[in-house]
Write a protein that binds this ligand. Structure first.
Ligand code: GLU
Length: 443
């Protein structure tokens, strides 16, 4: 029997019948802030939506046309995915990352998030995650009952995992099975690794036979188009994760892929068993359309170049503004996130009763209308004053159109951003006005 009681807010308080692993868990921070922002907007409040990390850009026209042409596809598809799509994904990684894999190495899922959950379910081992990290890896591990080993990184090292820190973790109980998730360009920091850094991490992972889940969902929006995969340097142990959500503007389509090395086929097979008993197969029309996206075309490449120019310009502008506001922050190399640290304004913020990133976020939303995610949702300590800002609150179609009026190599300037990405620039302005540094200056 269900045994829920109503709480005073009208929600439900879970009872003793809930699985221990999910008791006390709240909805994912990214989705919760999005729903809260929409609810506030519905009540007439102005919210600058820097909470959910959703691509602002439209799905490329050829991919939309492919979806239209496949709306009639109604049959269940094979559990592992449409064969043509699996081939297209393998070929994409051959082209883009120089990694030799075939269609049989690919597993398609309804978003890479679901595949991440499945891999943790079927793989028996610790989950190793550098922090700050995307908000959902650790809750997934908790739901399944996996042990999470965090490896903190530091802003001094550009929030990058240091090979010696990975080594230190692995050398204790060297034979222990471990699944490591390395995400770059990174959510929430926007930073990434170059080939030399990836080679060093690959050497440690190989030494301890760590299963490397390389989350490359933002690879195509490396701002200079120079993404490199760790699979190049640790091919036998790396699974590449990607999807349509970020580079193809199609988060709501829910399509992700994992591409396995031959040696980890047993893992793919087990995930396919669970997939067959849970989601069955990914939506047929979406898979057919995704073939067009992964096969690529000159117009998709041109679209990506334009998206990167806009994201890079906002990243630069946002970094400058946040520095003026007194935050420590570095310019992102990819994706659409900034991860400012307000730690050295701790004293002044404490005077305003802001002592944790959660309170910082709540106060910003209430007092400036800027929605964000606290660093504590990204695996950082409660007291660290870090935030994730997803600078995506603008009409990407309009911004792409406006870019046509610039020279091909011209960086969109402040005027362009204020004109075409105004919610984002207003959000930075408000942050600058709100911080103690600004308040002190006006005293
Ligand atoms: N990955 C996006 C984010 O971090 C949104 C999707 C999600 O979290 O499920 O904001």
């Amino acid at each position: 029997m269900n045994d829920f009681r109503r709480d005073p807010e009208g929600g439900y308080v879970p009872s003793v019948h809930l699985n221990l692993n999910v008791r006390g868990l709240e909805p994912s921070a990214t989705l919760a802030i999005n729903e809260l922002s929409n609810a506030l907007i519905g009540q007439g409040r102005e919210v600058l939506k820097l909470g959910l990390g959703q691509s602002p850009f439209p799905v490329p026209e050829t991919v939309v046309e492919a979806l239209k042409a496949n709306a009639h596809q109604k049959d269940y598809l094979p559990v592992r995915g449409l064969p043509a799509l699996r081939e297209a994904v393998a070929d994409y990684h051959r082209r883009k990352n120089g990694v030799a894999r075939g269609g049989s190495n690919v597993l398609i899922g309804p978003g890479s998030k679901e595949l991440m959950f499945l891999i943790q379910l079927v793989y028996y081992g610790d989950l190793v995650i550098p922090t700050p990290s995307w908000v959902s890896y650790a809750p997934q591990a908790q739901i399944i009952g996996r042990h999470v080993r965090w490896i903190p990184t530091s802003s001094k090292n550009n929030w990058q995992l240091q090979p010696e820190d990975l080594e230190r973790l692995c050398e204790v109980d060297a034979e222990r099975p471990r699944l490591m998730i390395l995400n770059y360009p990174n959510n929430p920091t926007g930073h990434t690794y170059d080939a030399t850094e990836l080679k060093e991490l690959a050497a440690v992972a190989r030494r301890y036979r760590v299963v490397m889940l390389s989350d490359e969902i933002y690879g195509e929006i490396h701002h200079d188009g120079r993404h490199v995969s760790i699979a190049e340097f640790y091919p036998e142990g790396t699974i590449i994760s990607t999807g349509l959500s970020k580079w193809c503007g199609a988060g709501g389509w829910r399509l992700g892929s994992f591409t396995f090395p031959e040696a980890l086929t047993w893992l793919l097979n087990s995930m396919a068993v669970v997939a067959s008993e849970t989601f069955t197969a990914t939506s047929a029309p979406i898979q057919h359309a995704a073939v067009t996206a992964f096969r690529g075309a000159p117009e998709i490449e041109a679209y990506l170049v334009k998206c990167r120019r806009i994201l890079k310009a906002i990243g630069r502008y946002g970094t400058r503004s946040l520095k003026e506001a007194g935050a420590r922050v570095r310019e992102p190399a990819g994706a659409f996130y900034l991860f400012p640290d307000f730690g050295h304004l701790r004293h002044e913020l404490k005077e305003r009763s802001v002592t944790s990133s959660r309170v910082l976020c709540e106060r910003l939303l209430k007092e400036t209308g800027v929605a964000s995610i606290p660093g504590s949702s990204c695996g950082r300590s409660e007291s660290e004053l870090t935030l994730r800002l997803a600078y995506v609150d603008f009409d990407g179609a309009r911004a792409l159109q406006a870019l046509e009026s610039l020279e091909p190599t011209e960086e969109p300037n402040e005027w362009f951003l204020r004109e075409h990405c105004s919610n984002v620039t207003t959000a930075f302005d408000r942050l600058c006005e709100w911080t103690p540094k600004a308040v002190a200056a006006h005293r």
